[in-house]
Design a protein around this ligand. Structure first.
Ligand code: C2E
Ligand code: MG
Ligand code: MG
Ligand code: MG
Length: 290
């Protein structure tokens, strides 16, 4: 159409092909060699017990340093990898790498730890997925409870019935399932009972305002109460201040994650960080007993 109508139309077409689409094309091209080029790595963000401050688990977050584009943030490349289906291959790399790292930690001073990884709809729809999880656990001599899968509400909606049985299988094995970014998606509360979840992650968007907005505070309070009544573990995401941590603790949130506790850090920095958390938790306990 653009060609037939002459130069004006062609320009219109070029303009309309916006920056985002061009960006996606460039990213898509560069992503194709990212695994082979060993351009991915994982960083790990601590999730701590709200009550004791002890490390309960870590979330693995993907980082990409592209040879041609430099560092590219997940929010820019994950959607592109989802559009092309490449996320299945990338997600398998994440699963294997996180489990390999867990195995390394298990053998060292850190001991047994749980890692949660983010999983896309495409991965869950892949008939090979449960087997891949099983293999990754076995290869590294891990207990299934050491692995948790973070799904978003979109994953549940997109796949419906099949996802339910995949999640039932994984839960049956002992793998944890958590619902990420809770409250931002197309929340239907029926998901909470339907999908074999054991953890709810309250999105940063709500946590952000709890100190200053009564509405946010009430909302988080309600989410925590509801989660508790369903027997779910609650993690607050994006905890950036001591004030937020203290409110969340009072509201009965079980676990905290965010820059206030730790940035995502490389694997080799985690043992020292866990040590610091342990001594801080011990000091807090002594102070409480006194
Ligand atoms: P997410 O799973 O909700 O991860 C939390 C994001 O919030 C991470 O961003 C983390 O670095 C950031 N964050 C943590 N604490 C704070 C805080 O206190 N304040 C603020 N402002 N941000 C905080 P990141 O690493 O850029 O990842 C963004 C999203 O990309 C993730 O959101 C997840 O949806 C996706 N993602 C990351 N790694 C993977 C992966 O391996 N597979 C898939 N499918 N998605 C991934
Ligand atoms: Mg997540
Ligand atoms: Mg999240
Ligand atoms: Mg998110």
């Amino acid at each position: 159409v653009a060609k037939k109508s002459g130069r004006g139309e062609v320009r219109f077409f070029n303009d309309a092909m916006n920056a985002a689409a061009k960006d996606a094309l460039v990213i898509d091209g560069a992503l194709r060699s990212a695994i082979a080029g060993q351009e991915f790595r994982l960083v790990y963000q601590a999730i701590t017990s709200a009550a004791s401050g002890a490390l309960t688990k870590v979330e693995a977050l993907l980082r990409w340093h592209s040879a041609s584009l430099g560092n590219v943030a997940p929010d820019r490349f994950i959607p592109v990898a989802e559009d092309s289906g490449m996320i299945v291959e990338i997600g398998t790399w994440v699963l294997n790498e996180a489990c390999r790292q867990l195995g390394v930690w298990k053998a060292g001073a850190l001991g047994e730890l749980t890692v949660s990884i983010n999983v896309s709809a495409w991965q869950l729809a892949d008939p090979a997925f449960v087997g891949l999880v099983q293999q990754a656990l076995e290869r590294n001599s891990l207990a299934p409870r050491q692995l948790e899968l973070e799904l978003t509400e979109r994953v549940l909606i997109d796949n419906g019935g099949e996802v339910q049985s995949v999640l039932a299988q994984l839960r049956g094995m002992g793998v944890g399932i958590s619902l990420d970014d809770f409250g931002t998606g197309y929340s239907s509360l029926s998901y909470l009972t339907q999908f074999h979840l054991n953890t709810l992650k309250i999105d940063r968007a709500f946590v952000m305002n709890i100190e200053h907005s009564e509405r946010s505070n009430n909302l988080v309070h309600a989410i925590i109460a509801m989660g508790q009544s369903l027997g779910l573990q609650l993690v607050a995401e994006g905890v950036e201040t001591a004030g937020q941590a203290s409110i969340l603790r009072q509201l009965g949130c079980h676990h905290l994650q965010g820059y206030h506790i730790s940035l995502p850090i490389p694997a080799d920095e985690l043992p020292a960080f866990a040590c610091r958390l342990k001594s801080a938790a011990a000091v807090a306990e002594v102070a409480e007993d006194a």
